[in-house]
Design a protein around this ligand. Sequence first.
Ligand SMILES: NC(=O)c1ccc[n+]([C@@H]2O[C@H](COP(=O)([O-])OP(=O)(O)OC[C@H]3O[C@@H](n4cnc5c(N)ncnc54)[C@H](O)[C@@H]3O)[C@@H](O)[C@H]2O)c1
Length: 259
Amino acid sequence: MTSIAPENDRGLAGQTIFISGAGAGIGRGIAEALGAAGAHLALFDLDAAAIEAVAAPLLGQGLRVSCHAGDVTCADDVHAAIKQAVQHHQRLDGAVNNAGIVGASADVLDYPAEVFSRVMDVNVMGVLHCMQAELGVMKQQGRGAIVNIASAAAIIGWAGQSAYVASKHAVVGLTKTAALEYAAQGIRINAVCPAFIYTDLTAALFQTPGVHDAAVANHPIGRLGQPHEVAEAVMWLLSDRSSFAVGSSLVVDGASTID
Ligand SMILES: NC(=O)c1ccc[n+]([C@@H]2O[C@H](COP(=O)([O-])OP(=O)(O)OC[C@H]3O[C@@H](n4cnc5c(N)ncnc54)[C@H](O)[C@@H]3O)[C@@H](O)[C@H]2O)c1
């Protein structure tokens, strides 16, 4: 049995949560925070070694953790992972559809169409595949909570990032629609919209000189965010403490989208 420190009690102990893109960055931060809150986990990622590394210390804490390597753009991978996860854990209380990519940086006129398609495939079709697999289980259970990781780019524009912005607006649209369709069936579906968070994804962007400082200047709080700060919002939306939050897009952004 794992013991939960009072400050980590989010009402999620003993629940089973699926996380896509759990091998790095925000997904890894969510896995670690949920583990500290006593949740059992089903970790999904392209990178098998990365999720095994996330799982190892959590298994040491007495949690049940299953690892599922796969690609969210492949519906078969996702459905097989959810099926295996339910066989392993006997339940699926919540899911965090987090896997995503940023794509190229180019104005619309020059944006490579194949990259645009790839971004839509991972960020939108990936979330759709995950929700379809999760909803199949949650509908039977008559309960569940899904959190889709969108972005501040779902709220505002971002010059040079048309594919990413379009994909994240689509994630919010999918979230709102599915929320309406399943609210009466005991399944709550919400999104979280983080601004810049320090991860591998942003590290790649910050290799371009000036981008990091410009990003900080766009956040009135005076700094960028950390994965655990996104995890707090996700855990609230997964737990019964957010029981009346349905179809919302919770902004976690250091005030960067206000003006
Ligand atoms: N970092 C930010 O500033 C930021 C801000 C807002 C939203 N987001 C969103 O948060 C999510 C996570 O971003 P991050 O910064 O942690 O990224 P990251 O690149 O650090 O980690 C992403 C993880 O997802 C996995 N992944 C990528 N494509 C996959 C696929 N097709 N199938 C399965 N797994 C896949 C990667 O292997 C990696 O482990 C993304 O949806 C991203 O758009 C990030």
